[in-house]
Structures are given as structure tokens and as C-alpha cells.
Design a protein around this ligand. Structure first.
Ligand SMILES: *Cc1c(COP(=O)(O)O)cnc(C)c1O
Length: 415
């Protein structure tokens, strides 16, 4: 966000007026919360809007991203993958090269700086597999916050290494024993904590989800991804890409890449959800394929639920995409037709995980592997003068053990 938005730049950028005053993107979004949380959210919105207008705040955000996280991340021409695929040029936005290994640190840095500006001394966050918990614990250490991470007890058991990382970074990890003992329960517990402690505490939500203004805040910080891609592809190719592809959990890496291109009609956008084992209840996390409109954790959006509104279980080989609702802004742009959504299943994602490792020497996160698989599918049907940019949201070191276990059980890799 350089300077103010002029009428011309508004036109070029499409519709930056969203969300509306009540936090709605069309019929999606809003804030469905208790009265205590409502005042916390109003304070947060006011503080964010003031901070985002302030050059000093944006400068500190940008400098921290540069010196602490290593931005700008490269935009890399995947020449071997392109050759093997046959079709459009495939470019990778290297979010995997960020500090802590994924795009999540950008949002954590932005919100932590905001919390400090608001005079808060304590951060809380939810985490599923632990990636967002580690990012939050990292910035808490860097900026001197007390920090508590809520994590379902089932996830605590499955993700022992990330639990140790968070503790090493000086945070405490609170296992949540309610419900299914996973991410959804951790979010509920973090919201409960926040409603008791809002005077001292900022809730650092990890994706473009939840009650307004969280989807707006997270998308604003993550938009640095798309802003860099625009600059980088214009410098290298002299034109904009034809296709943007990103995987979709809550929607932060997708909105971060897509948002700066909303007004560019020639740029197509594809969000890729987790198809899991199959599109049947409990076997996947493709909200747009198997979900319907409902309210979950403060926002109105597409939710995987049964006809009585009971939340369905989800499954994906990648923990970061394994959630039963999706960010409201993506639901809005799907409805207007600006963005297209599809899914990739476990097996195809595992295949892409190995393909990128073999062709480019880059081991992608399993989440990102869904985007790689889909981007390759698109590129194959396109011509060599066209350009596909895939968001490589994170690195795969965290997934290597799990992939090894799966491939061995299928007899595909000798031990
Ligand atoms: C958490 C995560 C995601 C999914 O989250 P979004 O908010 O949808 O971006 C994707 N990729 C990686 C590497 C992640 O860690």
C-alpha cells in the first residue's frame, strides 16, 4: 500500500472497498460473537485501520519482513518442471524461503506489531499442526510478548516436535481436551481466553478467517505476496501472469497472492482445496465441493456440515488444509465468479510433492503440493507463451517423515 488510493488506482485494483462497515463481503463474513468479544473486535478494527494508514507502521512492517523474514521472496522460473509438463511457463512464488518456512510468519509479524502498538503485553493463538503456533511463538520471542498457544490435545500428541519448538521459543502450550480435540476446539478455547483477557491480550488469529476484522487484517498483511509477484513478473517478463494458483486452508496465502490482481481482468485465479481420500462426508476438506452456507466461529461462510448444521469431520494428508470452514472473502469471489475453486486429493498431492522434489530440488509442504498438482494440470492445457504462477506457500521439511511413512506403507519406497 503505497500512499493513498487514488480514483485511478481504485479502478485498476477493482474493489478494495470490501468488506463493508459490518465486515461483510457480499453475504459472507460479519461478526457473530458475544458482546465482550464485539467490543474487542471493534477496538481491534479501529487500531488496525489507524496503524495501516500510518507510514511509520507500514515501514516497520516492511523492514521486519525484509531483515527478519527474508523478503522479498524470489519468484522462480521452474524450468525443468515446465519442460517436463509441456505447456505454459510455471513460476513459483517462494514463500517457503521465509523464516520458519512458510507465509504464516508475515501475518504473525504484522499482528504482533499491531498488538504492541495497541499496548498489549500478551499474545494467544490457535494452532492445528503447529505451524501457526510456531510462527506466533517466534514473533513473541522477537518482540518480548508473553505467549500462550492453544492446541487440541490430539494435535499435541501428533505434533510433539512443534510443541517442543514453541516451548523452546518461550511460549506455553495449552492442550485443549474438548470436542474432537483438534483445531476447531483450539480456536474456541482461544476465543474464550480472549473474552476474559482482552485488556492485556491480543488474539493472533492465523488465517483469513473468523469474525471481522480478522479476514481483512490477515489479507492486508499477506497481500505483500501478490504485490511482490506483480513487480517481479513485470520486471522479468514485461507482463502479468495468465493464471495464479494457491492452496486454500483458511485462505491467507490465496488471498495474499490474489488480492493485488483482483482488478486485472486478464489474470485468472484458482484456489485449490484438499480433496482428501474422496468427496464424501468425513473424507475431505473441500468446503466448496461438499459444503453449504453456515456460521462457524464468528463468520458466515461455506462450512462442511450435515443437514442439521452439525460440523462434519474432515480429512486431508496435509494438516494445514484440514479444516471445516473457509475464509469469507474467498466465498464471496467464488460467488461473483472472479475466482475458481477445485480440489486435489491426497494421492495427487503426494505425487506432486515427489515431482517438485525430483525436478527442481525443492521439497514443498504438503499443503503447497495441492497447488503444484493443480498448477501442473492447468499448465499442461496451456501454450508456451502463457504464464502460471503457483504460490509455494511453505517448505516440506515438516512433512518428510509422514510422506516416508505413507509411501512405505504403499510399498512405493524401499526403506
Ligand atoms: C497453514 C498453511 C496453509 C493453509 O493456510 P492458508 O491460510 O489457507 O494459507 C498453506 N500452506 C502452508 C505451508 C501452511 O503452513
Amino acid at each position: 500500500m503505497k500512499g493513498g488510493l487514488t480514483r485511478e488506482s481504485m479502478k485498476r485494483k477493482g474493489s478494495p472497498v470490501l468488506p463493508d462497515m459490518r465486515g461483510y463481503f457480499g453475504e459472507f463474513g460479519g461478526r457473530f460473537v458475544s458482546e465482550t468479544l464485539m467490543s474487542a473486535l471493534l477496538e481491534l478494527e479501529k487500531s488496525f485501520r489507524a496503524a495501516w494508514r500510518e507510514k511509520a507502521f507500514r515501514d516497520e512492517f516492511r523492514e521486519t519482513l525484509a531483515d527478519y523474514s527474508g523478503r522479498p521472496t524470489p519468484l522462480y522460473f521452474a524450468e525443468s518442471l515446465t519442460r517436463e509438463t509441456g505447456g505454459a511457463e510455471i513460476w513459483l512464488k517462494r514463500e517457503d524461503l521465509n523464516h520458519t518456512g512458510a507465509h504464516k510468519i508475515t501475518n504473525a509479524i504484522g499482528q504482533a506489531l499491531l498488538a504492541r502498538r495497541m499496548g498489549k503485553s500478551r499474545l494467544i493463538a490457535e494452532t492445528g499442526a503447529g505451524q501457526h503456533g510456531v510462527a506466533t511463538a517466534t514473533v513473541a520471542a522477537r518482540l518480548g510478548f508473553e505467549c500462550q498457544i492453544y492446541m487440541g490435545s490430539e494435535d499435541v500428541r501428533r505434533q510433539a516436535l512443534n510443541v517442543f519448538r514453541m516451548k523452546l521459543l518461550g511460549s506455553s502450550v495449552c492442550p485443549v481436551d474438548t470436542g474432537g480435540k483438534t483445531l476447531k476446539d483450539a480456536i474456541s478455547e482461544a476465543l474464550r481466553d480472549w473474552s476474559r483477557t482482552v485488556r492485556t491480550t491480543h488474539y493472533l488469529l492465523g488465517t483469513a478467517f473468523g469474525p471481522h476484522p480478522f479476514p481483512l487484517i490477515v489479507r492486508s498483511f499477506q497481500s505483500v505476496i501478490g504485490q511482490e509477484v506483480r513487480r517481479q513478473i513485470l520486471a522479468k517478463k514485461g507482463r502479468l501472469p495468465d493464471m495464479l494458483v494457491a492452496c486454500v486452508g483458511g485462505g491467507s496465502n490465496a488471498m495474499g497472492l490474489f488480492h493485488p490482481f483482483i482488478g486485472d481482468e486478464s489474470v485468472n485465479m484458482f484456489g485449490v482445496e484438499a480433496g482428501g481420500r474422496s468427496i464424501t462426508p468425513g473424507e475431505h476438506a473441500a468446503r466448496f465441493a461438499g459444503g453449504s452456507i453456515g456460521v462457524l466461529q464468528g463468520t458466515r461462510t461455506f462450512v462442511l456440515q450435515n443437514p442439521d448444521g452439525q460440523i462434519e469431520n474432515t480429512h486431508s494428508v496435509s494438516a494445514g488444509l484440514d479444516y471445516s470452514a473457509v475464509g469469507p472473502e474467498l466465498a464471496y469471489y467464488r460467488e461473483t465468479g472472479r475466482m475458481t475453486f477445485d480440489w486435489v486429493g491426497d494421492d495427487e498431492a503426494l505425487e506432486a510433492f515427489q515431482r517438485l522434489s525430483r525436478t527442481e530440488g525443492i521439497i514443498p509442504a504438503l499443503e503447497s503440493s495441492h497447488a503444484i498438482a493443480y498448477g501442473v494440470r492447468l499448465a499442461r492445457a496451456m501454450t508456451p507463451d502463457q504464464i502460471v504462477v503457483i504460490n509455494l506457500s511453505g517448505r516440506g521439511d515438516k512433512d518428510v517423515m509422514e510422506v516416508s511413512r505413507i509411501l512405505e506403507s504403499k510399498g512405493e519406497v524401499g526403506s
